[in-house]
Ligand binder design. Sequence first.
Ligand code: ADP
Ligand code: MG
Length: 307
Amino acid sequence: MLAIARTICVVLGITACASPVEHRIEYRQRHMGTEARIVVYASDSSVAAAAATAAFARIAEIDRDLSDYRVDGTVARIAAAPAGHAVAVSRDLAVVLSHALTLAAQTDGAFDPAAGAVVRLWREARRSGALPDPVRVRVARAHGGWRNVAVDTVARTVRPAVAGLWLDLGAIAKGWAADEALAVLRTNGVDRALLEFGGEIVAGEPPPGADGWRVAVGSAAQDTTLLARGALSTSGPAEQFVEIDGVRYSHVLDPRTGMSLTSGRSATVHAPSGWLADALATAATVLDSAGLDRLARAYPVAAITVW
Ligand code: ADP
Ligand code: MG
């Protein structure tokens, strides 16, 4: 289309309608414990740089708000609140938690954004190399669980039913942040953009003359696909795990048992948005085949591959 337009311009001798050349520009910053990469095609590098700066700032804002690593953050405030107390939260946190709780109900708790206390014990295990004490796991499970937390997206409050409830939005927040960063790029005049953030990839309009961005899927170098106006997420134990007595424990756990996954399973999800791809990919590594079938039926917009 662009080529035809250029030819017409040349034939008619109209120089003003020649479209400006778009350059590929890449930006990288560390966020949420991993590298965030933004790739854009833009004709004006200063517009692109300003857009990328604003997109990274939005990611940092979401991280500050949703991270359970911060002692002074919203998640810590919820954990410190008495049972039944309504804690005021941001729109980001309310919306992301609401999405996450819907998925928790659909997966019967295989995906659980309120299992933070148990996740923390497994994080400790990754550091110490020793399995968590089963008694502490039981206590942590009693102080969490998706049935023990309610969110009001209109009033923007979160109400834990038990004290010491740690949210952990780590399986959905990166995807949400990638979606929001892409939206910021767009409002700053950059449509042709790709965002890669840990296992999350979110794409806007494709590079000039292409149908999509060539991105990797799966473990083999030759496994690639074209992505545009959508998201691709991979979850699995490839990078974050601990090996204890010859068994590899993933950073994803089954909140219904409190045990970290040892199946070695990975999942890739193609979905219209990053948060959905991110959350579904994590859920898919936990579910059995009947649960996976139900999930696939609930989300016909998503393509879920487990390997
Ligand atoms: P990555 O961080 O590699 O992108 P995921 O998107 O799968 O991986 O998120 C994994 C994180 O989600 C864990 O580190 C933990 O914080 C949290 N988590 C672990 N198990 C669950 C679960 N069953 N449901 C929801 N969140 C989980
Ligand atoms: Mg995830």
